[in-house]
Design a protein around this ligand. Structure first.
Ligand SMILES: NC(=O)c1ccc[n+]([C@@H]2O[C@H](COP(=O)([O-])OP(=O)(O)OC[C@H]3O[C@@H](n4cnc5c(N)ncnc54)[C@H](OP(=O)(O)O)[C@@H]3O)[C@@H](O)[C@H]2O)c1
Length: 165
């Protein structure tokens, strides 16, 4: 139980462009769904917008925002102190699903990183915040070829915080 960050970054570190992800990867979507289904997910308001303001099914959708959003069904709108309170109980495996600002704020609380490296450079306006990988141990790394034409190959990595072994 703990906090996991999960994201996909291009070879040049880009994770977003104009409020969306700049690539389409069937393999990464399947990987994301397999890991996060059944677990609470935490995201920023802009990432929720990038999903068309529709909660992802079979997951508790926790959305960080400064505004009250009582009228949006299927999500739990929260402030940052509420997120800190939620994750402090360590009773669930939380998956932080973005975007850049939320990864930045929750990295220090994470014990595991699920990092997809998209095997190409992309233009974009959001990059993954810097991570000091000397503080993390690589548990697994698998390269997966794209099954669909025109889509990028992926590397799926799992990192564990060194003092959490
Ligand atoms: N490649 C990937 O794996 C991946 C994953 C997710 C997202 N993305 C991309 O990342 C981009 C979005 O990232 P982003 O950094 O611009 O936005 P974001 O982190 O998704 O959302 C930012 C918003 O979240 C709320 N928020 C953040 N911190 C808060 C806090 N401490 N307290 C209260 N509310 C807080 C605020 O919403 P309010 O304005 O409502 O207060 C803020 O405007 C998009 O391009 C998206 O496609 C990529």
């Amino acid at each position: 139980m703990g906090i996991n960050l999960i994201w996909a970054e291009a070879a040049n570190g880009v994770i977003g462009k104009d409020g969306q992800m700049p690539w389409h990867s069937h393999e990464d979507m399947v990987h994301f769904r397999r890991l996060t289904t059944g677990h609470p997910i935490i995201m920023g308001w802009k990432t929720f917008c990038s999903l068309g303001q529709r909660p992802l099914p079979n997951r508790e959708n926790i959305v960080l925002t400064h505004h009250r959003l009582d009228d949006i069904k299927g999500i739990k709108p929260v402030s940052f102190p509420q997120v800190q309170q939620l994750v402090s109980d360590q009773s669930s495996d939380y998956f932080v699903i973005g975007g850049a600002s939320v990864y930045q704020q929750l990295l220090s609380l994470a014990s595991r990183l699920y990092r997809t490296i998209i095997q190409d450079d992309y233009a974009g306006d959001k990059k993954m915040p810097p991570i000091d990988y000397d503080q993390w141990q690589l548990l697994d790394s698998q390269t997966v070829a794209a099954s669909k034409e025109g889509e990028p190959d992926c590397i799926f990595q799992v990192w564990q915080r060194l003092d959490e072994k």
